[in-house]
Design a protein around this ligand. Structure first.
Ligand SMILES: *[C@@H]1O[C@H](CO)[C@@H](O)[C@H](O)[C@H]1NC(C)=O
Length: 340
Protein backbone atom coordinates (compact mmCIF):
# COMPACT_ATOMS: atom_id res chain seq x y z
CA UNK A 1 0.00 0.00 0.00
CA UNK A 2 2.66 2.47 1.09
CA UNK A 3 4.88 1.37 -1.76
CA UNK A 4 2.06 2.06 -4.21
CA UNK A 5 1.57 5.52 -2.70
CA UNK A 6 5.25 6.17 -2.97
CA UNK A 7 5.34 5.20 -6.64
CA UNK A 8 2.28 7.35 -7.38
CA UNK A 9 3.92 10.22 -5.55
CA UNK A 10 7.09 9.76 -7.56
CA UNK A 11 5.03 9.77 -10.74
CA UNK A 12 3.37 13.05 -9.77
CA UNK A 13 6.69 14.50 -8.74
CA UNK A 14 8.20 13.56 -12.08
CA UNK A 15 5.31 15.13 -13.99
CA UNK A 16 5.48 18.36 -12.03
CA UNK A 17 9.23 18.65 -12.01
CA UNK A 18 9.77 17.32 -15.49
CA UNK A 19 12.28 14.77 -14.25
CA UNK A 20 11.78 11.27 -15.60
CA UNK A 21 10.18 8.83 -13.12
CA UNK A 22 13.25 6.67 -12.39
CA UNK A 23 15.40 9.73 -11.61
CA UNK A 24 12.53 11.07 -9.50
CA UNK A 25 12.62 7.94 -7.34
CA UNK A 26 16.37 8.36 -7.05
CA UNK A 27 16.11 12.04 -6.15
CA UNK A 28 13.43 11.49 -3.53
CA UNK A 29 15.27 8.49 -2.17
CA UNK A 30 18.44 10.53 -1.85
CA UNK A 31 16.53 13.33 -0.15
CA UNK A 32 14.93 10.90 2.28
CA UNK A 33 18.29 9.29 3.10
CA UNK A 34 19.90 12.71 3.51
CA UNK A 35 17.01 13.75 5.77
CA UNK A 36 17.35 10.65 7.91
CA UNK A 37 21.08 11.21 8.05
CA UNK A 38 20.70 14.84 9.14
CA UNK A 39 18.19 13.93 11.82
CA UNK A 40 19.97 10.85 13.13
CA UNK A 41 23.65 11.82 12.93
CA UNK A 42 23.60 13.76 16.23
CA UNK A 43 21.85 10.83 17.88
CA UNK A 44 24.26 8.35 16.37
CA UNK A 45 27.22 10.47 17.49
CA UNK A 46 25.81 10.54 20.95
CA UNK A 47 26.40 6.80 21.25
CA UNK A 48 29.07 6.07 18.64
CA UNK A 49 32.38 7.79 18.22
CA UNK A 50 32.35 10.58 15.63
CA UNK A 51 34.91 13.07 14.47
CA UNK A 52 33.35 15.85 16.54
CA UNK A 53 34.47 17.99 19.46
CA UNK A 54 32.26 15.91 21.67
CA UNK A 55 34.66 13.00 21.10
CA UNK A 56 37.89 14.78 20.25
CA UNK A 57 38.92 17.60 22.52
CA UNK A 58 42.19 18.23 24.29
CA UNK A 59 41.74 18.55 28.02
CA UNK A 60 44.99 20.21 29.14
CA UNK A 61 44.13 19.77 32.81
CA UNK A 62 43.80 16.02 32.40
CA UNK A 63 46.97 15.90 30.30
CA UNK A 64 49.02 17.86 32.83
CA UNK A 65 47.73 15.90 35.80
CA UNK A 66 48.28 12.52 34.16
CA UNK A 67 51.80 13.43 33.12
CA UNK A 68 52.58 14.63 36.62
CA UNK A 69 51.02 11.69 38.38
CA UNK A 70 52.01 8.80 36.14
CA UNK A 71 55.37 9.70 34.67
CA UNK A 72 58.59 9.66 36.70
CA UNK A 73 61.85 11.50 36.27
CA UNK A 74 60.93 13.16 32.97
CA UNK A 75 60.84 16.87 33.73
CA UNK A 76 61.45 17.82 30.08
CA UNK A 77 58.60 15.81 28.65
CA UNK A 78 55.54 17.43 30.23
CA UNK A 79 56.27 21.00 29.22
CA UNK A 80 57.09 20.22 25.61
CA UNK A 81 54.15 17.90 25.11
CA UNK A 82 51.61 20.22 26.71
CA UNK A 83 52.91 23.30 24.94
CA UNK A 84 52.85 21.81 21.45
CA UNK A 85 49.60 19.89 21.79
CA UNK A 86 47.81 22.90 23.18
CA UNK A 87 48.92 25.24 20.43
CA UNK A 88 48.22 22.61 17.79
CA UNK A 89 44.70 21.93 18.98
CA UNK A 90 43.58 25.44 19.85
CA UNK A 91 45.05 27.46 17.01
CA UNK A 92 44.79 26.88 13.27
CA UNK A 93 47.93 24.79 12.74
CA UNK A 94 50.14 25.72 9.82
CA UNK A 95 51.15 22.08 9.46
CA UNK A 96 50.73 18.68 11.08
CA UNK A 97 52.24 18.17 14.51
CA UNK A 98 55.24 15.84 14.53
CA UNK A 99 56.80 15.03 17.89
CA UNK A 100 59.83 12.79 18.00
CA UNK A 101 60.23 10.88 21.28
CA UNK A 102 63.76 9.71 22.09
CA UNK A 103 65.02 7.59 24.93
CA UNK A 104 65.94 4.12 26.13
CA UNK A 105 63.63 1.20 26.83
CA UNK A 106 61.03 1.71 29.52
CA UNK A 107 61.56 5.44 29.96
CA UNK A 108 57.90 6.19 29.24
CA UNK A 109 57.59 6.90 25.51
CA UNK A 110 54.67 4.52 24.99
CA UNK A 111 53.18 5.60 28.25
CA UNK A 112 53.16 9.26 27.26
CA UNK A 113 51.64 8.39 23.86
CA UNK A 114 48.84 6.66 25.67
CA UNK A 115 48.33 9.62 28.02
CA UNK A 116 48.19 11.95 24.99
CA UNK A 117 45.59 9.76 23.26
CA UNK A 118 43.52 9.64 26.45
CA UNK A 119 43.64 13.39 26.96
CA UNK A 120 42.39 14.10 23.42
CA UNK A 121 40.09 11.23 22.46
CA UNK A 122 37.27 10.11 24.68
CA UNK A 123 38.01 6.53 23.63
CA UNK A 124 41.75 6.91 24.21
CA UNK A 125 43.88 4.32 22.41
CA UNK A 126 40.70 2.49 21.34
CA UNK A 127 39.54 5.47 19.32
CA UNK A 128 39.17 4.73 15.64
CA UNK A 129 41.03 7.97 14.99
CA UNK A 130 44.14 6.80 16.84
CA UNK A 131 46.48 4.61 14.82
CA UNK A 132 49.32 2.71 16.44
CA UNK A 133 51.87 1.51 13.92
CA UNK A 134 54.51 -0.82 15.30
CA UNK A 135 57.49 -0.94 12.96
CA UNK A 136 58.65 -4.41 13.93
CA UNK A 137 55.16 -5.91 13.69
CA UNK A 138 53.99 -4.22 10.54
CA UNK A 139 57.13 -3.86 8.48
CA UNK A 140 59.11 -7.07 9.04
CA UNK A 141 60.44 -7.60 5.51
CA UNK A 142 62.94 -5.26 3.93
CA UNK A 143 62.08 -6.40 0.42
CA UNK A 144 58.45 -5.37 0.78
CA UNK A 145 59.10 -1.67 1.28
CA UNK A 146 57.15 -0.55 -1.83
CA UNK A 147 54.07 -2.37 -0.60
CA UNK A 148 54.47 -0.97 2.93
CA UNK A 149 54.75 2.52 1.48
CA UNK A 150 51.50 2.12 -0.43
CA UNK A 151 49.74 0.80 2.65
CA UNK A 152 51.00 3.61 4.84
CA UNK A 153 49.98 6.24 2.30
CA UNK A 154 46.54 4.68 2.10
CA UNK A 155 46.20 4.57 5.88
CA UNK A 156 47.14 8.22 6.35
CA UNK A 157 45.02 9.47 3.47
CA UNK A 158 41.90 7.52 4.38
CA UNK A 159 42.21 8.30 8.08
CA UNK A 160 42.68 12.04 7.65
CA UNK A 161 39.90 12.16 5.07
CA UNK A 162 37.61 10.60 7.66
CA UNK A 163 38.86 12.77 10.50
CA UNK A 164 41.24 15.70 10.26
CA UNK A 165 42.36 15.30 13.86
CA UNK A 166 43.78 11.83 13.48
CA UNK A 167 46.68 10.66 15.61
CA UNK A 168 49.39 8.37 14.25
CA UNK A 169 51.81 6.76 16.67
CA UNK A 170 54.86 5.10 15.12
CA UNK A 171 56.51 2.81 17.62
CA UNK A 172 60.13 1.67 17.20
CA UNK A 173 60.56 3.84 14.17
CA UNK A 174 64.31 3.24 14.36
CA UNK A 175 63.64 -0.38 13.40
CA UNK A 176 61.65 0.54 10.33
CA UNK A 177 63.24 -0.35 6.99
CA UNK A 178 64.69 2.83 5.48
CA UNK A 179 62.50 4.69 3.02
CA UNK A 180 59.05 3.97 4.40
CA UNK A 181 58.86 7.06 6.49
CA UNK A 182 59.61 9.27 3.48
CA UNK A 183 56.05 8.53 2.47
CA UNK A 184 54.88 10.86 5.23
CA UNK A 185 56.74 13.89 3.99
CA UNK A 186 53.94 15.58 2.04
CA UNK A 187 51.53 15.14 4.94
CA UNK A 188 53.90 16.85 7.35
CA UNK A 189 54.52 19.86 5.18
CA UNK A 190 52.86 23.26 4.98
CA UNK A 191 50.47 22.44 2.12
CA UNK A 192 46.97 23.75 2.62
CA UNK A 193 45.62 20.84 0.65
CA UNK A 194 46.81 17.71 -1.08
CA UNK A 195 44.27 16.32 -3.54
CA UNK A 196 41.54 18.16 -1.66
CA UNK A 197 42.55 16.98 1.80
CA UNK A 198 44.00 19.18 4.52
CA UNK A 199 46.52 17.29 6.65
CA UNK A 200 47.50 20.15 8.93
CA UNK A 201 45.35 19.07 11.86
CA UNK A 202 46.84 15.58 11.97
CA UNK A 203 49.26 14.53 14.67
CA UNK A 204 52.27 12.22 14.42
CA UNK A 205 54.32 10.74 17.24
CA UNK A 206 57.60 9.03 16.39
CA UNK A 207 58.99 6.78 19.11
CA UNK A 208 62.57 5.50 19.00
CA UNK A 209 65.63 4.50 20.94
CA UNK A 210 67.72 6.63 18.62
CA UNK A 211 69.99 8.91 20.65
CA UNK A 212 69.09 6.94 23.78
CA UNK A 213 72.75 6.27 24.52
CA UNK A 214 73.74 9.88 24.00
CA UNK A 215 70.92 11.04 26.28
CA UNK A 216 72.10 8.63 28.99
CA UNK A 217 75.70 9.73 28.59
CA UNK A 218 74.81 13.38 28.96
CA UNK A 219 72.53 12.74 31.93
CA UNK A 220 75.28 10.72 33.60
CA UNK A 221 77.82 13.49 33.08
CA UNK A 222 75.45 15.86 34.85
CA UNK A 223 74.93 13.34 37.64
CA UNK A 224 78.67 12.92 38.09
CA UNK A 225 79.18 16.66 38.31
CA UNK A 226 76.51 16.65 40.99
CA UNK A 227 74.24 19.05 39.20
CA UNK A 228 70.51 18.50 39.42
CA UNK A 229 68.85 16.29 36.85
CA UNK A 230 66.07 18.87 36.72
CA UNK A 231 68.59 21.48 35.59
CA UNK A 232 69.14 19.68 32.30
CA UNK A 233 67.62 21.95 29.68
CA UNK A 234 65.65 21.14 26.58
CA UNK A 235 68.00 22.97 24.23
CA UNK A 236 71.11 21.04 25.18
CA UNK A 237 69.19 17.77 24.82
CA UNK A 238 67.72 18.78 21.48
CA UNK A 239 71.18 19.49 20.15
CA UNK A 240 72.39 16.10 21.35
CA UNK A 241 69.44 14.27 19.78
CA UNK A 242 69.65 16.18 16.54
CA UNK A 243 73.35 15.36 16.20
CA UNK A 244 72.88 11.71 17.11
CA UNK A 245 69.99 11.20 14.69
CA UNK A 246 71.91 12.63 11.77
CA UNK A 247 74.81 10.34 12.57
CA UNK A 248 72.59 7.28 12.83
CA UNK A 249 72.52 6.41 9.17
CA UNK A 250 70.87 3.05 9.61
CA UNK A 251 67.76 4.14 11.44
CA UNK A 252 64.50 3.98 9.52
CA UNK A 253 63.58 7.49 10.33
CA UNK A 254 66.73 9.43 9.95
CA UNK A 255 67.93 7.72 6.89
CA UNK A 256 65.21 9.74 5.31
CA UNK A 257 65.28 13.45 4.80
CA UNK A 258 62.44 14.26 7.16
CA UNK A 259 64.78 15.74 9.66
CA UNK A 260 66.75 17.71 7.15
CA UNK A 261 63.61 19.36 5.93
CA UNK A 262 62.81 20.35 9.49
CA UNK A 263 59.49 18.63 9.47
CA UNK A 264 59.81 17.49 13.05
CA UNK A 265 58.04 19.99 15.30
CA UNK A 266 60.05 19.05 18.40
CA UNK A 267 62.31 16.45 19.91
CA UNK A 268 61.20 15.09 23.27
CA UNK A 269 64.00 13.59 25.37
CA UNK A 270 63.24 10.80 27.82
CA UNK A 271 66.01 10.54 30.41
CA UNK A 272 67.31 7.23 31.81
CA UNK A 273 65.56 6.21 35.01
CA UNK A 274 67.26 6.18 38.39
CA UNK A 275 66.53 3.75 41.20
CA UNK A 276 64.21 6.22 42.91
CA UNK A 277 62.06 6.44 39.78
CA UNK A 278 62.01 2.66 39.48
CA UNK A 279 60.80 2.47 43.07
CA UNK A 280 57.89 4.75 42.16
CA UNK A 281 56.93 2.51 39.23
CA UNK A 282 57.12 -0.53 41.48
CA UNK A 283 54.83 1.08 44.05
CA UNK A 284 52.32 1.96 41.34
CA UNK A 285 52.23 -1.63 40.12
CA UNK A 286 51.96 -3.04 43.63
CA UNK A 287 48.91 -0.88 44.19
CA UNK A 288 47.44 -1.39 40.71
CA UNK A 289 47.67 -5.14 41.12
CA UNK A 290 46.13 -5.02 44.59
CA UNK A 291 49.13 -6.42 46.41
CA UNK A 292 49.03 -3.48 48.82
CA UNK A 293 47.09 -0.36 49.63
CA UNK A 294 49.34 2.63 49.00
CA UNK A 295 49.91 3.41 52.67
CA UNK A 296 50.80 -0.21 53.50
CA UNK A 297 53.43 -0.90 50.82
CA UNK A 298 56.30 -2.99 52.14
CA UNK A 299 59.59 -1.16 51.57
CA UNK A 300 61.29 -4.51 51.81
CA UNK A 301 59.26 -5.84 48.85
CA UNK A 302 60.02 -2.69 46.85
CA UNK A 303 63.74 -3.12 47.53
CA UNK A 304 63.70 -6.80 46.54
CA UNK A 305 61.83 -6.06 43.30
CA UNK A 306 64.16 -3.22 42.38
CA UNK A 307 67.14 -5.50 42.92
CA UNK A 308 65.75 -7.85 40.29
CA UNK A 309 66.45 -5.26 37.62
CA UNK A 310 69.80 -4.47 36.01
CA UNK A 311 71.49 -1.11 36.26
CA UNK A 312 74.14 0.60 34.21
CA UNK A 313 76.85 1.75 33.67
CA UNK A 314 78.46 -1.35 35.17
CA UNK A 315 80.77 0.51 37.55
CA UNK A 316 78.17 2.92 38.93
CA UNK A 317 74.79 1.20 38.47
CA UNK A 318 72.83 4.44 38.37
CA UNK A 319 70.19 3.82 35.70
CA UNK A 320 67.83 0.93 35.08
CA UNK A 321 68.77 -0.82 31.83
CA UNK A 322 65.12 -1.48 30.96
CA UNK A 323 63.57 1.52 32.72
CA UNK A 324 60.21 0.53 34.17
CA UNK A 325 59.51 -1.92 31.40
CA UNK A 326 60.18 -5.17 33.23
CA UNK A 327 58.72 -4.01 36.52
CA UNK A 328 55.34 -5.82 36.17
CA UNK A 329 56.88 -9.27 35.73
CA UNK A 330 59.36 -8.68 38.55
CA UNK A 331 56.57 -7.55 40.85
CA UNK A 332 54.62 -10.75 40.21
CA UNK A 333 57.74 -12.86 40.62
CA UNK A 334 58.78 -11.43 43.98
CA UNK A 335 55.23 -11.21 45.32
CA UNK A 336 54.83 -14.98 44.86
CA UNK A 337 57.06 -15.35 47.92
CA UNK A 338 55.31 -12.68 49.89
CA UNK A 339 51.88 -14.18 49.59
CA UNK A 340 52.63 -17.53 51.12
C1 LIG B 1 38.76 18.44 31.82
O1 LIG B 1 38.53 17.27 32.55
C2 LIG B 1 38.17 17.52 33.88
C3 LIG B 1 38.12 16.17 34.60
O2 LIG B 1 37.46 15.20 33.84
C4 LIG B 1 36.84 18.26 33.93
O3 LIG B 1 36.48 18.52 35.26
C5 LIG B 1 37.00 19.57 33.16
O4 LIG B 1 35.76 20.21 33.10
C6 LIG B 1 37.52 19.30 31.75
N1 LIG B 1 37.82 20.56 31.10
C7 LIG B 1 37.42 20.83 29.88
C8 LIG B 1 37.81 22.15 29.35
O5 LIG B 1 36.76 20.05 29.22
Amino acid sequence: MDVVKFIVFCGLFSMISGIEPISAIGAIGTAVVAGIYTVFTPIKCHFHECCTSNWINLNTTVLREDLQRRLYGQHLVSNVVIKYLKSHMTKEPSRALALSFHGGTGTGKNYVSKIIAESIYRNGMRSKYVHLISATKEYPHKDMVPLYKDKLRELVENSVKECAQSLFIFDEIDKMPPGIIDTLKPYLDYYEQLAGVDYRNAMFLFLSNTAGEEITKHTLTKWQSESLREDIGLNEMERIISKATINTKTSGMYHSDLIIKHLITAYVPFLPMERKHIRQCIKDFLVAKNYYKRQDISEDAVRKISEELNYHPADLEVYSVTGCKRVPEKVDYIMEDYQE
